[in-house]
Ligand binder design. Structure first.
Ligand code: 5CA
Length: 439
């Protein structure tokens, strides 16, 4: 993409309404614009990141055996009366009437909808287990929407729902999601720590929040430092095998949000030099809640002898749009965002320092074509601006690599390559640029 043609409305000044760094940088980098309190439009750069995050979430869900569906955003109030949650959910639910006066709502979550889909489609224990997910916009009329996409009213969530024949099966499903979540966040360059958590309006008695540590996080968290160093991506995962030992490895070390925190237990279990009390951002939340929805909604399957069995359920959420902000909170410096390669909107920024110099522009056009031809995502800054402004914009939007072409280097047949993370620079021959990003 040529930057001269791209819609990238960057801002020089810090927007007054943004209190935390990710919100500031998302506005300044032209990623989002607010439409109403807690409701955002995604501009091209931001939308690319959102889609990259979705892609990782989807790959890891698919690998775990979950199947993708797409449920509507608008739901009928009737369904929520069946589960008994319609009145209990309170003012966070956006309630709507259609032209016939029927009560509808903008879904804050999908337990009810999925339970009816399951109830209609699954009749026998032989069809279990099932795990269905979707990636869909949700609406929660938060009292205090704030911090940009981190606590929005409209936000994108991946949510899935598992159905099993008994508690042992439900635990297997829970463990699969536990491991899939560790992998999902690690692939985004995040250290997400699973912590015991409250279940809130979703209900149930087993639940973990996945928390990344950041000073601007909304929750106070307490954990064993050992958890910060644990690695999942180096491990081979077999989703058909028993994942309990792996889950135990993560849950054996103390980790709790303030709601579940027990100071005496923390001090008894964790040596002083390993005690970490910090703030965190919740990027995912998993729940096992048994028959809380399947029982009242009468989602029953028949067992081996024809007896009725009420499936055991769990639900699992990832804040897809929140992750965009959370990744920035975890990875930025004074100059701007530092995208991990896996979610970066483009991998390479190509900077033409002298567009009115024919030789420089020719070299840039060739590199641009060469990189694109090999499938490297590149944003080519061909604008007629002074170098300082180009450097500032490129650092702000945080692409992992910058390839800088100016008259001096070109005379020596060289390009300068800068890594955004760490800032290391090297001069390499022009002809080595494309191979550097493709081999
Ligand atoms: N039904 C369950 C799991 S599918 C559920 O709704 N869980 S949740 O309430 O914990 O939400 C799942 C994830 O969505 C959270 O971990 C968080 O990352 C994200 N999320 C929740 N509320 C918001 C919000 N107001 N803005 C942005 N992301 C949010």
């Amino acid at each position: 993409m040529r930057l001269s043609q791209y819609f990238l409305p960057t801002l020089r000044e810090n927007p007054a309404e943004a209190q935390i760094v990710s919100h500031r940088l998302m506005l300044r980098a032209g990623m989002i614009r607010q439409q109403a309190a807690g409701i955002y439009a995604w501009l091209p750069l931001g939308y690319r990141v959102l889609r990259n995050i979705e892609h990782i979430v989807r790959e890891e869900q698919d690998a775990s055996g979950a199947q993708e569906v797409l449920m509507p955003t608008i739901q009928s109030a009737e369904l929520w009366r069946e589960s008994g949650r319609y009145d209990a959910y309170g003012p966070e639910m956006l309630r709507i009437r259609d032209r016939h006066g029927r009560e509808m709502l903008y879904g804050p979550t999908n337990e009810e909808v999925i339970t009816t889909i399951f109830r209609d489609g699954v009749k026998s224990y032989r069809d279990l287990p099932k795990n269905l997910y979707h990636i869909q916009w949700k609406f929660r009329d938060e009292v205090r929407p704030r911090f940009g996409v981190m606590r929005g009213r409209e936000f994108l969530m991946k949510d899935n729902y598992s159905f099993d024949i008994d508690k042992a099966g439900a635990t297997r499903s829970y463990n699969k999601m536990f491991v899939a979540y560790l992998r999902t966040f690690a692939r985004m360059g995040l250290k997400a720590i699973p912590m015991q958590a409250e279940t809130g309006p979703i209900g149930g008695d087993l639940s973990h929040e996945f928390i990344i540590l950041a000073d601007t996080g909304e929750s106070a968290v307490f954990c064993d430092r050992g958890l910060v160093d644990k690695d999942i991506l180096g491990r081979a995962i077999d989703y058909e095998a028993d994942l309990q030992p792996l889950v135990n490895e993560w849950t054996a070390l103390y980790a709790a949000t303030d709601e579940k925190h027990d100071q005496a237990k923390f001090e008894a279990e964790v040596p002083p030099d390993r005690r970490l009390s910090a703030r965190g951002i919740e990027v995912g939340h998993i729940f096992y809640f048994g028959t809380n929805y399947s029982a009242p909604m009468n989602a029953v399957v028949s067992g081996p002898k024809g007896e009725p069995i009420i499936p055991e359920m769990g639900s699992y959420g990832i804040g897809v749009s929140r992750l965009v902000g959370a990744i920035i909170e975890a990875s930025h410096d004074d100059a701007g965002i530092i995208w991990p390669e896996s979610v970066a909107p483009f991998r390479v920024g190509l900077l033409n320092l002298k567009p009115d110099d024919a030789a420089v522009s020719r070299a840039c056009t060739e590199l641009y074509a060469g990189l694109k031809g090999k499938g490297v995502e590149v944003l080519y800054d061909d604008r007629d601006l002074r170098p300082g402004a180009k450097f500032a914009d490129m650092d702000l939007i945080g692409l992992p690599w910058q390839v800088i072409i100016g008259p001096k280097g070109l005379a020596a047949g060289k390009a300068e390559v800068k890594a955004r993370a760490g800032g290391q620079r090297e001069e390499i021959p022009l002809e080595s640029v494309v191979p550097k990003f493709t081999s």
